[in-house]
Design a binder for this molecule. Sequence first.
Ligand code: SF4
Ligand code: SF4
Length: 204
Amino acid sequence: MKKLTPNGAFRKLAAIYDAMVSRYVESAQVIGLTCDDCAENCCLTFFQHHTYVEWAYLWEGLAALPPERLEAVRQRAHEYVEQAREALSRGLRPRVMCPLNLDREQGLCGLYDHRLMICRMHGVPNELVRPDGRRVSFPGCQRCQGLTEGLRAGGHAVPVVDRTPLYKELAALEMRFVGANLRRLPKVDHTIAEMIVLGPPRLK
Ligand code: SF4
Ligand code: SF4
């Protein structure tokens, strides 16, 4: 399979992200979910991410930030990694604000167009059939779970976004982006903060 240029891969990734957002919006509308005045900022949730192509795209966005802003993000990323390590060493799930959430008061993403897959899907119920056939279900965020309980109690169906086709597209894109080295490279299993601290991914 022909290897993609970074720009070609980023265009395809942006299209996958757009498809995710459309499905999210359709589902959120049916459920009645909005993020307005949400007290539970999901940018505090501990997530790890698993593709080189998303990591590289994140860095495409980071590289375009003004130098002083990038430095502030880097500093926060280092703090995040330390705090997360400390929580994990005590057997706790870290709850630290993502270093890209630049306006902690408002809870706004500082790199919205480059945010990763899970940032776009977290709120609504979704499911995924893994390559080994295992089906994994995610109930959506706390606010969403409250709304879906109400829908079910009223006898209404709750939409569940099937992430599987998008996940397959992302996996195929990862292969075309990294190329034959993918089998030899370490598995990606990083928080956004780790991706920032480590710098852009090395693909050789
Ligand atoms: S996705 Fe859910 S938890 Fe996250 S900000 Fe929106 S309503 Fe709040
Ligand atoms: S990348 Fe943006 S949306 Fe995702 S966790 Fe960080 S601040 Fe939140």
